[in-house]
Design a protein around this ligand. Sequence first.
Ligand code: ADE
Ligand code: ZN
Length: 338
Amino acid sequence: MTDLDTFITGLPKAELHLHIEGSLEPELMFELAGRNGVEIPFASVEEVRAAYAFSNLQDFLDIYYAGANVLRTRQDFHDLAAAYFARAAADGVVHAEIMFDPQTHTDRGIAFAEVIEGLLSAMAEAEAKHGMTSKLILSFLRHLPEEAAFEVLAMAEPWLDRIEAVGLDSSEVGHPPVKFAQVFEAARAKGLKLTAHAGEEGPPEYVYQALDVLHVDRIDHGNRALEAPVLVDRLAEMGMTLTVCPLSNLKLCVVDDLANHPIDRMLALGLKATVNSDDPAYFGGYIGDNFKAVAKARGLDREEIVQLARNSFTGSFLPPDAIATHLEKIETYVAAHA
Ligand code: ADE
Ligand code: ZN
């Protein structure tokens, strides 16, 4: 570990873009398959890892949805999230806003209650065990119709006080934000915050739609906004947070090489970029690995790294007083490591 790596690990940070189903490590996949009597098309953990070579988002999604098939019970969802929180805590994460894809499970006959109660119990445990706070983001699968998103929003009704936001994920191209205009409007009317994947593979137009049609509070990814200078200026001016995921971008071929990753260009353009892991079990690393890999590949300096950590709190859905406390802790940490 370099000095910079050690600095990164201890730096207090929030993770804002994490799909809990994407934190399913092959070892746990095998354990849950055994526990639940589910067949998986792999003979070993090594075989699973070897299958994780993707040439685009859809390649990945096919294997990600197949992997989620081992998740059956409340205990499974608890164990999945508990493993993520332990890993994130070791990387200096003190607050996590985690996405879950209820439709991936309810469409297989798993009750919404099993999914969310397992996640909520792990969240309470993470607070007690690691002092880590967390929030839930219910993500709609955009390859499915908007009516299906309305159905999952209705299922979530008894838990709305424990859900912070809705999100929009899955196959981007061909499923523009405008397809979900009404359900996002309904979610907003219920007091939920809004976020959407936009500009990962989709064009800048999808980022415009996320802003102008969905009225999102945050953009997940946003890489392709860089193709439109007017859009970049607007995102910078409004202080819109982008939840950027360097190792995901590399594995899904959004960038050809981490050496060409735009994270520092985003900061230089005044964009409120953050660093996140997306689907760490599939993309080769958790948030600390993402920070370290992109810092090395792009030669980021401490100030850039600290700015990314600050952005993770100012871009979070935490209340202003909690954000201020976290920002103070960053400054204390930086002063102690000068
Ligand atoms: N679901 C899980 N990870 C995703 C990603 N990177 N993009 C879209 N949908 C996803
Ligand atoms: Zn994502």
